[in-house]
Design a protein around this ligand. Structure first.
Ligand code: BES
Ligand code: MN
Ligand code: ZN
Length: 491
């Protein structure tokens, strides 16, 4: 999508669809100006009792020579409560209301009081991401009529810089959405490795894929145990972005990559939504998507290691028995008292490998627990960290991306729930506080002097109905948070 600023006014803007945001208090000034420009609008606003409340909208077809083919009026609510998130929602709504029109979409919003670069970036991202559709699995594809360019009207010229990274960010989010939405017969561990290989070729990244034998040689018994009931080979993927010049910070992004989670012998039954467990590689999709955006932005001074221990959790005669005891790469023995708590087993070996890269910080993303969905719902991911500065930086990065996140406690005493009679630990504790014991389990596989954060995206990876800039389905959650965080440390 072509993105630019326009210094035109309401009278002289030229394009195909014009979307204008109105605040609740603007009954006299902006509304009046708009009504003068578009005869018939005033009557329509009245007829529909348009108040300018957030979410309200109205579409008009001004059949006048020289006027845009479609005029979209959006309610924005009270000026005091309008922030970047309100603008994102309005922009997404404008984009959806523009479907059917090709050509140029213009967006005139009350930008005052907002930092122009972030406002431009937020709004343009929302438009592109809201227009995303996925027709890869249909026989007949429907050629969609959507705008091919976006003009933000009335922002100062400096805000153009805010548009520079929009397409790179959105390409990363869209890659993540495509990976998550694709079914488990398409996105296999090998397909994730192929995606990494494609990124490496396209953007000059370094790639290493460890096969089963390599993982065996490294003693990754926790990861391999999860994979052993599947007909598909595991793929341990390590992708590296190296900046030009001096490396000042080394970061690791680790993603859970279960391309399907049946639960294993603790099979997912009843309300456990086994048919949705293609999205159990959402963490790996987010880190691959982030690598795509980072590779395009090429931040200086930061080296980024992406690590995914990809496999399937299936059942056959070689699958893990509930009760098996396995050994992770650091020698820790784990009693698998529940084969459905498989993500943490794969992450244990992935985190150990990540720490071997001697990073300054490690962040893992995982669709780890149903308990996190119960705690926080589908608008906020859970965040656990052993380092306050890292937690704060991630919170800021998520805030700037408009992605919900909430810090949760690493309460030490809850680790007692993971005590095993025979092994060093069990993989599952009691149901209460289940997302916390999962995080505590992971912490055992991270060196204590390395800043680490764990983000549980079980709720945010998918949106049944769609919300804001997310159409229904895979959200691509986490990509923009990670990219903001990584690029925020560049210099
Ligand atoms: N992939 C699931 C977590 C999940 C559940 C994500 C629902 C999204 C929606 C994970 O592997 C899992 O099965 N976790 C178990 C852990 C339990 C056995 C301790 C869970 O949450 O039920
Ligand atoms: Mn599971
Ligand atoms: Zn899982």
């Amino acid at each position: 999508m072509r993105l630019s600023l326009s210094s035109a006014g309401l009278q002289d803007w030229n394009g195909d669809v014009l979307a204008v945001g109105l605040l609740k208090t603007e009954e006299n000034s902006s509304t009046q100006a708009l009504c003068t420009q578009f005869p018939g609008l005033e009557a329509m606003l009245e007829l529909q009792d348009f108040k300018g409340k957030p979410g309200e909208s109205l579409v008009l077809h001004p059949m006048r020579e020289g006027a845009p083919a479609r005029l979209i009026v959006l309610g924005l609510g009270e000026p005091e409560s309008l922030g970047l998130d309100g603008l994102r929602k309005a922009a997404a709504k404008a984009a959806r209301s523009a479907i059917g029109c090709t050509g140029k979409l213009g967006l005139l919003l009350p930008w005052d009081g907002l930092e122009p670069n972030s406002a431009a970036c937020a709004v343009a991202e929302a438009v592109r991401l809201a227009l995303y559709t996925d027709q890869r699995f249909r026989k007949d594809t429907d050629p969609r009529r959507i705008p091919d360019s976006l003009e933000l009207i009335g922002l100062p010229a400096q805000a153009a810089a805010g548009l520079n990274d929009v397409n790179a960010h959105c390409a990363g989010v869209e890659l993540a959405r495509e990976l998550v939405a694709a079914p488990p017969n398409h996105v296999t561990p090998a397909a994730l490795a192929d995606t990494a290989a494609q990124l490496a070729r396209d953007h000059g990244l370094e790639l290493k894929v460890l096969e089963r034998a390599d993982c065996e040689a490294r003693g990754m018994g926790a990861y391999l145990a999860v994979s052993q009931g599947s007909d598909l080979d595991p793929k341990f993927i390590h992708l590296v972005y190296r900046p030009q010049g001096e490396v000042k910070r080394r970061l690791a992004l680790v993603g859970k990559g279960l391309t399907f989670d049946s639960g294993g012998y603790n099979l997912k039954v009843g309300a456990a939504q086994i048919d949705m467990m293609k999205f159990d590689m959402g963490g790996s999709a987010a880190v691959l998507g982030a690598m795509r955006s980072i590779a395009e932005r090429r931040p200086q001074g930061v080296e980024v290691h992406m690590i995914v221990a990809a496999c399937e959790n299936m059942v056959n005669g070689s699958a893990v028995h509930p009760g098996d005891i396995v050994k992770a790469a650091n020698g820790t023995t784990i009693e698998i008292n529940n084969t459905d708590a498989e993500g943490r087993l794969t992450l244990a070996d992935a985190l150990l490998y990540a720490c071997e890269q001697k990073p300054d910080a490690v962040v893992d993303l995982a669709t780890l627990t149903g308990a996190c969905v119960i705690a926080l719902g589908d608008e906020m991911a859970g965040l656990w960290s052993n380092d306050d500065a890292l937690a704060e930086a991630l919170d800021t990065a998520a805030g700037a991306a408009g992605e919900g996140i909430w810090r949760m406690p690493l309460r030490k005493s809850y680790k007692d729930g993971l005590k095993s009679l025979l092994a060093d630990m069990k993989n599952t504790g009691p149901r209460p506080g289940g997302s916390i014991t999962a995080a505590l389990f992971l912490q055992d596989f991270v060196e204590s002097d390395i800043a680490w954060a764990h983000i549980d995206i079980a709720g945010t990876v998918w949106s049944d109905k769609g919300r804001g800039l997310n159409p229904a389905g895979a959200t691509g959650y986490g990509v923009r948070t990670l990219v903001n965080w990584v690029c925020g440390q560049a210099n």
